[in-house]
Design a binder for this molecule. Structure first.
Ligand SMILES: [Mg+2]
Length: 387
């Protein structure tokens, strides 16, 4: 059995309504996905998180090391790609290219073996997972605080038990927005805040002290991901749990976070940090430190599916009769690529996702949406590599 072809695609969709977070504005959704086909006729889909065109270039560069390999041997292929990238890119976007290929290979392996990825990872350890709505971004609206409260209320009406809002626009405005959203959703819905590393340690301490009263489940990326020790210091200065890791890569990077006691909640992105193969290892590493893992998840239904299989398999820590809930990030901002590219096998009811036993990552792929949104496409075939 051999991998016959790799096709990388960049998809793009211009947003109807722009929105921004603490770093920059979104006016477009642009994503790189990859399709890997075996000589058995099965196909798997993967996705990279980060700048789509650069990830695509990375996938195209790595393709020749993947073509002709046995698609069942996901870990062997990962090792080849890692060794091929190590000398130039120990961190960063080439790891996202490896991640996209790895996710596609797990999907492909599941399709070939007719098993869902969560079984290939070792089994389903929980019956349901809790999606938290990611939204509540900034806009140029003059009534932003009021708009955010209305949006938050809408997530409650849809049945969400948790949601995450953006902070990082300025401490006074942040406090006003957090207060308005907590008042809108009441005391029973969990609320997280995410600064996308907008603040200094001093500012992060100020903000966290001011919003502790609003029962915040975690404060995500308060400060730059480079300042591991400042994260640890912040943890000692607030009762709000500190989260981070979406800008980190490979088990080696996550070991640095863990060794520095930087976070309460570790957030590797499966489509950037090394794929399912590596993030499974990162989860095991986190368990040796007693640190919770809630993957960062952005992009299309491919990324959502990869995260869901991972989380259904994730160890329940700490173990107890009434098991703690496992969260999955569920982006609710405008994204036609996410909404149209896949038909999910996740079912949302009573604030939780359950998952079917469909093989691979479980979704059905919509080729019409691919044709509609693809702006750049590159196939590499087995015969091209061998000749
Ligand atoms: Mg974040």
């Amino acid at each position: 059995m051999k991998i016959k072809s790799i096709e990388s695609f960049v998809l793009s969709d211009k947003l109807e309504n722009t929105f921004h977070f603490s770093q920059w504005e979104y006016s477009e959704r642009r994503i790189c996905i990859v399709k890997i086909t075996s000589d058995t006729g099965h196909m798997g889909w993967g996705e990279g998180y980060g700048p789509a065109d650069v990830i695509k270039a990375g996938i195209d560069h790595l393709s020749s090391f993947v073509i002709g390999q046995n698609p069942i041997e996901t870990e062997t292929i990962w090792s080849i790609l890692y060794r091929r990238s190590l000398d130039y890119a120990r961190r960063g976007v080439l790891v996202a290219s490896i991640s996209a290929i790895d996710v596609a290979l797990w999907d492909l392996k599941g399709k070939i073996l007719d098993l869902p990825v969560y079984q290939l990872l070792g089994g389903k350890k929980r019956d349901s997972i809790i999606p938290y709505a990611t939204g509540l971004y900034f806009t140029k609206s003059k009534s932003l605080t009021q708009d955010l409260a209305i949006e938050a209320q809408r997530y409650c009406d849809l049945g969400f038990k948790a949601m995450k809002m953006k902070v990082g626009i300025g401490i006074k405005e942040d406090i006003k927005n957090v207060k308005a959203i907590r008042e809108a959703i009441g005391p029973d819905v969990q609320l997280m805040v995410d600064a996308n590393h907008a603040y200094s340690l001093r500012e992060a301490i100020l903000l966290s002290k001011a919003i502790e009263q609003y029962d915040i489940s975690w404060f995500e990326e308060p400060i730059s991901p480079e300042y591991y020790e400042q994260y640890a210091e912040l943890r000692t200065r607030t009762t709000i749990p500190i989260a981070g890791g979406e800008c980190e890569y490979l088990r080696f990077g996550f070991q640095t976070i863990l060794k520095n006691n930087s976070v309460d909640i570790l957030q590797p992105d499966i489509c950037a940090a090394g794929g399912l193969t590596e993030v499974k290892r990162i989860g095991t590493l986190a368990s040796t430190y007693g640190i919770e893992v809630v993957p960062h998840t952005w992009g299309t239904g491919i990324a959502l599916a990869a995260a869901s299989h991972y989380i259904f398999n994730l160890d329940i820590l700490p173990g107890r009769l009434n098991a703690p809930s496992a969260f999955i990030e569920y982006d609710r901002t405008e994204n036609a690529l996410r909404d149209e590219l896949t038909y999910s096998n996740l079912t949302f009811a009573e604030g939780a996702f359950t998952i079917s036993d469909a093989p691979g990552l479980g979704f059905e792929f919509n080729e019409d949406a691919l044709r509609k949104y693809a702006v750049c496409h590159q196939p590499v075939e087995l015969s091209e590599v061998q000749s």
